[in-house]
Design a binder for this molecule. Structure first.
Ligand code: UD1
Ligand code: CA
Length: 470
């Protein structure tokens, strides 16, 4: 990137994550639907690195698989990412030494932790710029906080020059006042990194090779150490346990919702609304409480979404209302009304002015312009024309216990209540299906299909029966 300097990134992700109390590797815990490490990868790629080396350890094959099939699925990204194996967990310094062989020829190495998902590309770019303008050999991000907790503390001398980092477990009585913490984000000149890491030892409270010790070693050797103070400490939060994870997730959610609101979306109750990063929403759309918008979802303008709605990986047009309903992997048009209590399952296309009402389910179907599906209906594997009226309780019987079959319903057809349409079957244009029919044969255009027993009325039957019983 800048000034022709080449940088590579190392992401440390081999820790046991003991404090998560889980079999899942820590960096794979999700935040708003994506694993933590993906956010770190997003930020890392902003400095335009030569390579990103991810250090993996116990259950590392799971991490490698998830990254390869997820974040690095595209070819460019696949070429960018490499994995380095840390055979046993012997500390962050040891983890970096395990990565050294995988780092290509470059000037600087940026080191990140896989468990700081809120870091931003902007912050890393600014760190790199500050590293270059300070002509530093070692740069690191710090922040001043009220409660330094488990973070490493920055030791400085009276002039403010960095002396080193002391880990929380190794604090000496004189360190108690320090409020400046180490964020675990570094840029080190590559040659100097190799030299410093090779001199680390594990004589400390945890018996680990601390990467943090390179800062003191660099200062003592007379290398230029540059501390980049991050003004917003919440961005560098490390996630070591599930409480911190919940906290980080709510922080991320807050940012997502703030950006949407500033872009013209009305979010009625931000604390009770769950929107993944990457979801797009048009102006003047109202998001009611209890709504979850997940994955690659895009919603148009002037919609009302919620209360109590979940939309996953779906596109929704303008002026559409979806309340107390679930929509998955589907496309919904403009001026559509869905809900309450409806389920649009994957593979559905709901065209403009459609209304899908109370307790209706639609799966893998195309519903044409202006059609209406209300009251406890199930429409699965169906191609429906425009202005079709589906009566209460209508079911497309699409499954014969072995295979799925399609139902085709022409424009302007009227399906009476409680009809079973046994697929494969075709209901013609502008035809009628009588209520209560079990339709097993095609209904021609403009015809009435009746498939039910004729009614028989037995005159005087009640009186006769009573006489018999008396
Ligand atoms: C580390 C820093 C601390 C800093 C904090 C910021 C050290 C010694 N301490 O503490 O100064 O304030 O991060 O969040 O570096 N990892 C490995 N292999 C290992 C050990 C750890 O890959 O052998 C990885 C972990 O997966 C994690 C990262 O390194 O992503 C940091 O390790 P962690 O144990 O969480 O360090 P902290 O105690 O948070
Ligand atoms: Ca940590």
């Amino acid at each position: 990137m800048a000034l022709g300097r080449k940088i590579s990134v190392v992401i440390l992700a081999a820790g046991e994550g003991t404090r998560m109390k889980s079999d899942t590797p820590k960096v794979l815990f999700p935040l708003c639907g994506r694993p933590m490490v993906d956010y770190v990868l997003d930020a890392a790629s902003c400095v335009n690195p030569e390579k990103i080396v991810i250090v993996i350890g116990r259950r590392g094959e799971v991490v490698a698989e998830r990254v390869t099939e997820g974040w690095a699925r595209d070819r460019d990204r696949a070429d960018l990412v490499r994995f380095a194996w840390q055979p046993e967990r012997r500390g962050t310094g040891h983890a970096v030494s395990c990565a050294m062989e995988q780092i290509p020829v470059c000037d600087d190495v940026m080191i990140l932790c896989g468990d700081t998902p809120l870091i931003t590309g902007d912050m890393l770019v600014r760190l790199f710029e500050s590293h270059l303008s300070a002509k530093a050999h070692v740069s690191l991000v710090t922040a001043v906080v009220d409660d330094p907790g488990d973070y490493g503390r920055m030791r400085r001398d009276a002039t403010g020059a960095v002396l080193g980092i002391v880990e929380a477990k190794d604090l000496l009585p004189g360190d108690g006042h320090i409020r400046e913490i180490n964020a675990g984000i570094y840029i080190v000149n590559k040659g100097i990194l190799a030299e410093l890491v090779s001199t680390l030892d594990d004589r400390n409270a945890k018996g680990e090779f601390y990467l943090t010790d390179i800062v003191e070693k660099a200062a003592q050797a007379g290398y230029a150490v540059n501390a980049f103070v991050c003004e917003d400490a919440s961005l560098i939060q490390g996630v070591n346990d599930r409480y911190a994870l919940a906290f980080a997730e709510s922080r991320l959610r807050e940012t997502v919702i703030r950006n949407l609101c500033l872009g013209g979306v009305a979010v009625r109750d931000p604390r009770n609304t769950y929107i993944d990063p990457g979801v797009t929403i048009g102006r003047d759309t109202i998001i009611e409480p209890g709504t979850f918008l997940r994955g690659k979802t895009a919603i148009g303008r002037e919609c009302i979404i919620g209360p109590g709605t979940e939309i996953i990986d779906s596109q929704v047009g303008d002026n559409t209302e979806i309340w107390r309903s679930v929509v998955e992997a589907s496309t919904v048009g403009n001026h559509v009304s869905i809900g309450p209590f409806s389920h649009i399952r994957p593979g559905s296309v709901i065209e403009d002015y459609v209304s899908v009402g109370n307790f209706a389910e639609v799966k893998n179907s195309r519903i044409g312009l202006g059609s209406k599906i209300h009251h406890h209906s199930y429409i699965g594997d169906c191609t429906m024309g425009s202005n079709v009226n589906i009566g209460a309780g209508t079911v497309t019987v699409n499954y014969d216990g072995h295979r799925k079959h399609r139902t085709v319903i022409g424009d302007n057809a009227f399906i009476g209540c409680n009809a079973n349409l046994i697929a494969p079957v075709r209901i013609g244009k502008a035809s009628y299906v009588a209520a209560g029919s079990t339709v097993t044969q095609d209904v021609p255009d403009g015809a009435l299909g009746i498939a039910r027993e004729r009614q028989v009325n037995k005159e005087g039957w009640v009186a006769k029966r009573r006489q018999k019983l008396d």
